[in-house]
Design a protein around this ligand. Structure first.
Ligand code: SF4
Length: 431
């Protein structure tokens, strides 16, 4: 069979062909991460606030059969987090973590990581008493943790939270800030917002709590309280994913693109770990880590953040960290993302399937970019071939000669213009 005929045959069943290639290509690198960097855990897909810009389209309606971890699953997950030796745990995303407040307390009691960040909408600050009660319980839980991580509670504040169907009013944020000031718990308080709201929402918040605003850099400000306490506020890009996709296009005015926003951190090797900046955004002293950023969703699935093709996600069932990394790094696509970064992937998809590329990049959301770029089966197959070609060329992989596809695959990845051939094969298979 000629290489052209082989490619046509491959793309006739793209997902089976990709599985065969994953079986046949064996990486030879010895620098697979043996530890984590940032670990993101989503405790629930539900949220009572239901913002109109929510990237998760979250509200109180269940969208999946499994919307949270059971207590036993949470204990096993904490063991996994601890064994990952991650530098930071982010309790965030998917929905509102405070919907699962006992799980937050359990994580605060047990996790063994240097830093923890909890992101919440702060809707629970409706009354000063309730705000104080929850902060007290968090402080007590943290007091029981022998590892004493540095913890930051970060409240999301922007126009959409304040104007949501069940709004988080400015005074709720004020109630939490005042309760934090009075209680002086062993964790810090901060905020996060979106770039278009810089200079408005932060100013209103400062006025609400009798504080001053101080600019730090392009992404960060500080809210200075009269007693000298400093509350960081970070401005992230505005994303047009989830429910925000239904909002007006001009909402991207006043925000950087993700390519611009993360550019200062796209240096050197281990680009994949730069994804850890997504929820840190942005410490002044960011340094790339040799670890892998892991996201574990409330349905128990997990993957390397911005480093795993959507069909390679795992369901957590007690795997060790090394077993999980071995699974993820059995995919040439993960190697491409680690070695060359998400923009290299975006460039390939722009050639293979411009419509998929444009729709993915238009969302301006680094959390969904890899998944969206690699959503079509045939694009995933093409990128697998191209990534395998680079690994073989660079001596980072070999082909298992026992694999049924080995001879044809070796010929295909040896093709001089594989990108053009794959682009034609995708067009041909869709015609
Ligand atoms: S508070 Fe956060 S999770 Fe909830 S709807 Fe708003 S953006 Fe989504």
């Amino acid at each position: 069979m000629s290489t052209a005929e082989y490619l046509v045959a491959l793309f006739s069943d793209a997902s089976q062909s990709r599985a065969q290639i994953l079986d046949a290509v064996r990486h030879t690198r010895d620098d697979v991460p043996d530890r984590g960097s940032s670990f993101f855990i989503h405790l629930s897909e539900l949220c009572p606030v239901a913002c109109l810009h929510c990237m998760y389209s979250s509200d109180l309606n269940r969208k999946t059969a499994k919307d949270s971890l059971s207590p036993a699953e949470l204990e096993a997950t904490i063991d996994f987090i601890n064994s990952s030796r991650s530098e930071k745990l982010n309790i965030t995303g998917g929905g509102e973590p405070f919907v699962k407040f006992p799980s937050i307390l359990r994580l605060l009691e047990r996790v063994d990581v240097p830093r923890v960040e909890i992101v919440s909408a702060g809707h629970w600050g409706r009354s000063p008493l309730r705000a104080r009660q929850l902060l007290e319980r968090m402080d007590e839980a943290l007091g029981r943790n022998p590892h004493k991580p540095d913890v930051l509670l970060r409240l999301s504040i922007d126009r959409y939270h304040i104007e949501a169907p069940r709004p988080v009013r400015l005074e709720y944020y004020g109630n939490i800030a005042r309760a934090w000031q009075q209680l002086k718990p062993a964790f810090d308080l901060g905020f996060r917002s979106i770039q278009p709201d810089r200079g408005s929402v932060d100013r209103a918040l400062a006025a609400q709590i009798g504080a001053e605003l101080q600019a730090v850099d392009d992404w960060n400000s500080r809210i200075l309280l009269p007693d000298g306490a400093s509350l960081p506020i970070t401005f992230n890009v505005f994303r047009l994913s989830g429910k925000a996709a239904e909002l007006r296009d001009d909402l991207l005015d006043g925000t950087l693109t993700i390519r611009e926003y993360y550019a200062p951190f796209e240096t050197g090797p281990q680009r994949l770990t730069l994804a850890t900046t997504v929820n840190d955004a942005i410490r002044g002293t960011y340094a790339a880590s040799p670890g892998a950023a892991v996201t574990l969703n409330s349905d128990g699935t997990f993957w390397i953040f911005a480093g795993t093709a959507p069909d390679r996600r795992l369901l957590f069932d007690g795997q060790t960290f090394d077993e999980a990394m071995a699974h993820f790094f059995a995919d040439p696509i993960t190697h491409l993302l680690v070695d060359e970064g998400i923009w290299e992937l975006a460039g390939l998809v722009a050639s293979l399937d411009p419509a998929t590329h444009d729709a993915a990049v238009a969302k301006n959301d680094v959390a969904s970019l890899v998944e969206d770029l690699l959503a079509p089966d045939d694009v995933r197959l093409a990128v697998t071939l191209l990534a395998a070609q680079r690994m073989l060329r660079d001596g980072k992989a070999d082909i298992d000669e026992r694999a049924a596809v080995s001879a044809d695959l070796a010929a295909a990845v040896g093709a001089p213009d594989l990108l053009t051939a794959c682009t034609a094969a995708i067009a041909g298979s869709r015609a």
